[in-house]
Design a protein around this ligand. Structure first.
Ligand code: PMP
Length: 434
């Protein structure tokens, strides 16, 4: 067909003109031409429910956000060396949503850049270089962010673990070394961080920072065990290090019960990193720190970022915040997420392939296993399921070090009806696999 031919031409040109180490989703690639809220439309006129894009947080092309971008782009876009109201208005909105000590913002254009800056700030503050990360984590694609990312440096093409980066155990209660039923698991996983700090001490080194997501994304859609961050932060602070929360995927109301992931653990980080959802697709990210840390970073070298904090980005951010509040999307994430998790958990009785359903709000993981005892990962079954769901109009994706976790993190406007449809189709697809 002419459509098929057009796709072939696009693929061929892409191969020639775009770096080939960029994968394409699905066996039959999609050409998405339009988006509206939780729906995406392809060039064939087919509609898909987006169950996985946590960037279009308040919905694809939300009119309030689109209007804010259009109006500001038509008026002015400059850098932050001029005074501008929206820079301060957005900084106020952000810091008002965070615990009081987190009061000073730096604006960047991507999560990678923000993590890079957070590490630079922590190294300056502590005069140390070493950083503790969680195994299998991903924190971005800049050179420093990749050094923080075992998912990258331990994988194909990675250069291996840098000597100043230290990997702590992934605190996974389902298949990790300490599991559900062990009330001390959080403290035991945290003790691994304490062990790394002690090892650094023996070679006269301290720790600049501990960085982790407040629910693990690439690590496998994993909520942290109770008390984990409280214990980790205690160990890190006792050693003079800073605690960085990467909220790029998790923050901004997605988890429902709270606006920020770290609130689930009842801790206050020293540095918070934000990205993806805050611009609803417009590229913007931020680092928020305490006044004391900001004062230390004001070290004589200017921090200037050409695009970070520009008026169009700031107006976009303000609009996203406004929509989250006006449409009560955090509450919707909680209610829809709980409804979805009940539906998915009911599937477990019929389908032993589902090992665990976990998450908070609209940040959900479904871990697939071939055997409930050995926890053998259900690969390649998971790839077949994701393809089959795509053919039925549901865009899903996979995550986790063993590539066996279905990730579900849709725009927050995802409805209970969408959740019911997703569960019903997943039920049929799982029956087909037997
Ligand atoms: N941190 C986390 C937890 C992420 O998931 C990502 C992106 N997947 C990043 C940082 C990097 O963000 P960006 O791609 O915007 O640079």
């Amino acid at each position: 067909s002419p459509e098929k031919e057009a796709i072939e031409t696009l693929l061929k040109t892409r191969k020639e003109r775009i770096g080939a180490n960029l994968s394409i989703s699905y066996k039959t690639p999609l050409k998405i031409v339009k988006g509206a809220f939780q729906y995406l439309y392809d060039d064939q006129g087919d509609t898909f429910i987006d169950c996985v894009n946590n960037v279009s947080h308040v919905g694809h092309c939300h009119p309030t956000v689109v209007r804010a971008i259009q109006q500001q782009a038509a008026k002015l876009n400059t850098n932050t060396r001029y005074l501008h109201d929206s820079l301060l208005e957005y900084a106020k909105l952000l810091t008002d949503s965070l615990p009081a000590p987190l009061s000073v913002c730096y604006f960047t254009n991507s999560g990678s850049e923000a993590n890079d800056l957070a590490i630079r700030i922590s190294r300056h503050y502590t005069r140390q270089k070493d950083v503790i990360v969680l195994d299998h984590a991903y924190h971005g694609t800049s050179t420093v962010a990749m050094e923080l990312s075992p998912y990258k440096f331990d994988g194909p093409g990675g250069g291996g673990q840098p000597s100043h980066i230290h990997k702590a155990l992934n605190p996974d209660l389902y298949r990790g070394v300490y599991r559900y039923g062990d009330a001390q698991a959080g403290a035991k996983y945290a003790a691994d961080v304490e062990r790394l700090i002690a090892a650094l001490k023996t070679s006269d080194k301290g720790v600049a920072a501990f960085i982790c997501e407040t629910l693990l994304g690439v690590g496998g859609q994993i909520p942290l065990p109770p008390d984990y961050l409280k214990e980790v932060y205690r160990h890190v602070r006792a050693a003079g290090g800073l605690c960085i929360a990467d909220e790029v995927q998790v923050g901004f109301g997605r988890i429902g019960d709270h606006f920020w992931g770290f609130e689930l653990q009842d801790v206050v980080p020293d540095i918070v990193v934000l990205g993806k959802p805050i611009g609803n697709g417009h590229p913007m990210a931020a680092v928020v720190v305490t006044a004391e840390i900001a004062a230390s970073f004001n070290n004589g070298m200017e921090y200037f970022n050409t695009f970070g904090g520009n008026p169009v980005s700031m107006e976009t951010g303000i609009a996203v915040m406004k929509v989250i509040q006006e449409e009560e999307l955090q509450k919707q994430a909680l209610e829809t997420g709980n409804h979805l998790m009940v539906g998915l958990t009911e599937l477990m009785e019929k389908h032993p392939l589902i090992g665990e359903v976990r998450g908070h709000g609209l940040f959900v993981g479904v871990e697939l296993v071939r055997n409930q005892e050995t926890l053998e990962p259900a690969v390649p079954e998971i790839d077949w399921i994701v393809e089959e769901m795509r053919n039925r109009g549901f865009l899903l994706s996979t995550d986790g070090p063993l590539h066996n976790v279905i990730k579900i993190k849709p725009p927050l406007v995802f409805s209970k009806e969408n959740a019911d449809d997703l569960v019903a189709h997943l039920d049929e697809v799982l029956y087909k696999i037997k």
